[in-house]
Structures are given as structure tokens and as C-alpha cells.
Design a protein. Structure first.
Length: 125
């Protein structure tokens, strides 16, 4: 398996874990890997009082820092633009929304079970 396909597999498993985490807390997932002209939205989830546009960062080690540290200013700008575009196209109106980050950490590349999950709701940059 190539490194790129291995990383995609780990990312997919991390997104599945993040979606399950949110669903267990009452969110309803209405979109996964939603493409917009401004980039991809990993998860779109409905909570009782808002929409959450969720960026999922998955790691199997901290060699490159904590997963949540991977959100650069440029990435943040793309996340906001993607969310605003999706809202314009799909939910015109004054619906409350926010951007969340979910950091998923697996014990090792060989052990992709029992992830440690940290949810950072309503992240502001």
C-alpha cells in the first residue's frame, strides 16, 4: 500500500470515528467530504441549535505535532469560505453555524482502534 493510500485510509477511519463521536452526542451527520469551490468540508453536522462544519485531523503519532495544530491561517480561511459557500447554496437564511475541529489520535499506525478524540467546538481564529 502506498503512503498516500495509507494516509487516506487512516483519514477515513478518523472521520468515521469523529462522525460516531458526534452522533453519540446527539448530532446528525448530513454531509461527509462535501466539496465546494473553496475546499472540502469533512463533516457537516446538525446539533439542536446550530450547524457544525467539522474539520477532522487524524494522527497516529505526534511526530508532526498535535492534530489540531495542523489548522493554519490559510486552512482556516478555506474552511470559513467553504462553510459560507455551502450555506449560501443549501441553507439561505440566518441559521446559526460554527466551525469545529475534531482531533483523532490512534495509538500507532498498526493500531487503528480505540482512538483518543478531542472536540474543539466553535473554533475562532
Amino acid at each position: 500500500m502506498s503512503k498516500a493510500s495509507h494516509n487516506q485510509r487512516i483519514g477515513k477511519i478518523g472521520e468515521d470515528a469523529a462522525a460516531a463521536y458526534l452522533e453519540a452526542r446527539g448530532y446528525r451527520i448530513i454531509g461527509r467530504n462535501v466539496r465546494t469551490p473553496h475546499g472540502e468540508i469533512d463533516l457537516i453536522a446538525v446539533a439542536p441549535d446550530h450547524l457544525a462544519f467539522v474539520e477532522v485531523k487524524t494522527r497516529t503519532s505526534n511526530a508532526f505535532g498535535q492534530p489540531e495544530e495542523a489548522i493554519t491561517a490559510r486552512k482556516w480561511a478555506h474552511m470559513v469560505a467553504a462553510a459560507e459557500h455551502w450555506l449560501y447554496e443549501n441553507r439561505p437564511g440566518d441559521e446559526a453555524w460554527q466551525i469545529d475541529v475534531i482531533a483523532v489520535r490512534f495509538p500507532s499506525p498498526a493500531q487503528l482502534t480505540q482512538p483518543e478524540i478531542h472536540h474543539f467546538p466553535n473554533v475562532q481564529r
